[in-house]
Write a protein that binds this ligand. Sequence first.
Ligand code: SAH
Length: 352
Amino acid sequence: MQERKNIFGMSLAELTAVTQELNWPDYRAKQLARWLYLRGVSSFRDMTDLSLKMREELTAKYLIARPKLKVRQEAKNGKTAKFLLEMTDGVSVESVLMRQPYGNSLCVSTQAGCNMGCAFCASTLPGLMRNLTAGEILAQVMYVNDMLSGEGQKVDTIVIMGSGEPLMNYDNVLAFIKLCHADYGLNMGYRHITLSTSGIVPNIYRLADENLPVGLSISLHAPTDELRSRLMPVNRRYPLSELVKAAAHYAATTGRRVTYEYILIAGINDTESEAKKLLGLLKGQGAIVNLIPFNPVAERDFKRSSPQNQRKFQDFLAAKGLNVTLRREMGGDIDAACGQLRNKFLGSTERK
Ligand code: SAH
């Protein structure tokens, strides 16, 4: 018998190919999509607006394989929860739910592991296992939506900032974003989705040209090519001048302000001299700078900037008119296998 193919995660175009192969009219593809993504059924049996025969035809050729929950951890304050989902081939990825005053925000992973090689990041240590499919990224949201529905809630905003470099998995990430937005999918506004990148310049242009008002975050972390290339090898390929230009193009095309993320590492990028250079680089761009105290990773030597230096860095930039924010309080009591998520999000939600 021929091996059954996983239908979960297929885009509308792919589902249309499935229905055409079965000699069904095209509108059936949308019905399928609705069952898979809007209603989230896990069996063809439940697709009650398809005839029994059609359901049997599907079952003979396809299966609905969704990732399964492996570990769930809740912070004591109940505001942050981390989910480890296992894909059908055994690789696992993390998602983090943050219950914010303005709604529930979910941080999703786009790759199992990462190969960008950033010197400060835990995700890149094991290297890249593989890209996630659109369905595997979407399943992270659907899983948490299922859980929240018991409380009459849902995921309100999505940040594509978990492990992996989303713009190195462009097609799957774009298909995921479209599934989030579609009326047969999660029905979410593009404005409620933000993508974070280490700076894959050609794909920033590509994303801008999709003309979707998705928020863009750039992981900057250094104001000079010399330092940035040391911290982030991607900079050797796409230097700062090109990155900032691409970001400005993105803002102009989509009408959305770009956020620059800047982790503060003691003695490396947190001095006044760096602050001045950062100002020179970003002044007049209308961008937002988000300062994040570095979250120490056991395998790395870097240390977090002192609270005084964090404040000085912020004050310097603010006084010169940059739009700058600082996440202050770290901590939380749940495991930080994915250190950067913890730093970014436990920090903002557990601030005292
Ligand atoms: N690859 C994408 C998205 C994943 S990383 C990107 O680079 O943007 C998500 C964010 O966490 C990035 O801004 C990354 O630089 C940051 N980060 C990684 N390690 C960190 C650490 N130890 N402490 C604080 N932030 C970290």
